[in-house]
Ligand binder design. Structure first.
Ligand SMILES: [Zn+2]
Length: 116
């Protein structure tokens, strides 16, 4: 399950940041995850909550995930739009399949709260 390896590298990264900032622990982490990133948010939360228990710097961190919708711009008529279609979306206006992804594939740590 690839959410487990994502959660693992996230915990490592958070632990590194906590140490760099001489934090006692991390109390919250905010993430933005795009709908087309291929990450199942519930699985990631579940994996994170299991793995964090092994690290006292992270064990009380609450993870908050904001799901970023898919946004495309049509290369033909230049409108931008949101869609739920991950596979073969088309422009709602001119039906073109020639689209540019504007957002929806990100996986970012937006910020975190440290207790020092
Ligand atoms: Zn169009």
């Amino acid at each position: 399950m690839h959410e487990v390896s994502i959660a693992l590298s996230m915990v490592n990264e958070l632990a590194r940041i906590a140490k760099e900032n001489n934090a006692k622990y991390i109390s919250a982490v905010n993430l933005r995850i795009g709908r087309s990133s291929g990450i199942v948010i519930d699985s990631l939360k579940f994996a994170f909550d299991a793995i964090k228990l092994e690290n006292p710097l992270i064990s009380s961190a609450e993870i908050v995930i904001e799901e970023v919708p898919l946004r495309y711009e049509c290369n033909d008529c230049k409108i931008s739009f949101e869609t739920d279609y991950i596979h073969f979306p088309s422009c709602p206006d001119c039906k073109s399949y020639s689209l540019k992804l504007l957002s929806g594939d990100e996986m970012d740590i937006v910020n975190m709260e440290l207790e020092v």
